[in-house]
Design a protein around this ligand. Structure first.
Ligand code: PMP
Length: 353
């Protein structure tokens, strides 16, 4: 059978891969190490049993949007919900990027920002961060002036570095960006400030968030953004009708009843993160300060790739970033349960000994 050629601009693109290796301790995809509270599961099962499956879901996800709006003290029409924050970002890029338009990223950062932008046919201008991975404001100005980006991406805390973008940087980028500023806060709840407080109707700023991490619901594929209502109205035009199934809308709405339980999980992850960082201090490892549920680190005595392999031999899987641009020898570990973190630290100690 003859193969049909894909669009010319997609030929050079590679897909996004996260290798699946069967191990006992999986600390490679920044998920929550624990399932949602049992009370959530019970309430979910009860409501799902009453779904009218022959009917389409509520197209506007009215109750879920209202619940998210209440959580953040905004209006429902300032909330857009989709299948994971990846679909939120894709919708945003379909609406505002596309051929003839430019999107700015500051590397290294979450690869999907540039990847999805390219899928829409947009040109991506990749600014460089400082050597310590903080944002270089002079570079940001250069990128904004030369590229005239319609969307400028920030990511706070940034994946894969873990660094929180200080509020002053976000404000400076907002002042210099000629278009929309997107702050990807997939890990926002682990950090000490949020750009959600900067959202208003007059400012071309949006913040994206996800249920995949703090809310222990990576399996549900649910994410959202908060932004001005005029922007949300454009996204509503672009997204497919009935994109959010009824069960997912229930899952998200019910999860928001468990804010206290979620906060307890965040507190535990943050204290475990600090414990791992302290352990790193006495190992031949350089690590970056993290405001997220993961830590980027670079072994200094053995190559990152070898450390990754030897950890897999000990049934511990972390993310191998060593082949990514600007991240030579780097690995990224997700903060797990105390037991998983113990297993990781013991294995790493052995590998580096
Ligand atoms: N943004 C960032 C920075 C991420 O790391 C991730 C998950 N890897 C996402 C967005 C996408 O998350 P999801 O689609 O699960 O909401």
């Amino acid at each position: 059978m003859a193969r049909i050629a894909v669009r010319d601009d997609l030929k050079a693109l590679e897909g996004y891969h996260s290798p699946h290796v069967s191990v006992r301790v999986r600390l490679n995809t920044n998920e929550s190490p624990t399932p949602p509270p049992a009370a959530w599961s019970d309430a979910f099962v009860a409501e799902v049993s009453r779904i009218e499956w022959h009917r389409y879901p509520d197209r506007a996800a009215t109750e879920l949007r209202a619940a998210i709006a209440t959580l953040h003290g905004v209006d429902s029409n300032q909330v857009f919900v989709a299948n994971g924050s990846n679909e939120v970002l894709q919708t945003l890029l379909l609406a505002y990027a596309g051929p003839g338009r430019t999107v700015a990223t500051f590397e290294p950062t979450y690869q999907l920002h540039a990847h999805i932008a390219r899928l829409t046919g947009a040109t991506v201008i990749e600014g460089e961060r400082n050597d310590d991975f903080t944002l270089d404001l002079a570079e940001a100005r250069r990128v904004c002036e030369t590229g005239n980006p319609i969307i400028t991406f920030l990511c706070s805390p940034n994946n894969p570095t873990g660094l929180v973008e200080p509020e002053s940087n976000v404000r400076e980028v907002m002042a210099m960006a000629p278009g929309l500023v997107v702050v990807d806060e997939a890990y926002g709840q682990f950090a000490d400030w949020t750009a959600l407080d900067l959202i208003d109707e007059e400012t071309p700023l949006v913040v994206s968030r996800t249920f995949s991490k703090t809310w222990s619901m990576a399996g549900a594929r649910l994410g959202y953004l908060v932004g001005p209502s005029w922007l949300v109205a454009e996204l509503d035009k672009v997204i497919l009708p009935y994109h959010l199934d009824t069960a997912k809308q229930i899952a998200g709405r019910l999860a928001l009843r468990y804010v206290n339980e979620m906060q307890a999980r965040i507190d535990l992850i943050v204290s475990e993160r600090e414990r791992i960082q302290s352990a790193f201090a006495s190992m031949p490892v350089h690590s970056w300060p993290s405001g997220a549920n993961f830590i980027l680190f670079r072994p200094t005595s053995i190559s990152g790739r070898d450390v990754w392999r030897r950890l897999v031999d000990r049934s511990v899987l972390v993310r191998d970033c060593s082949g990514w641009p600007r991240l030579e020898n780097c690995l990224r570990v997700t903060v797990g349960t105390p037991e998983e973190n113990d297993a990781f630290l013991a294995a790493l100690q052995e590998v580096l000994a």
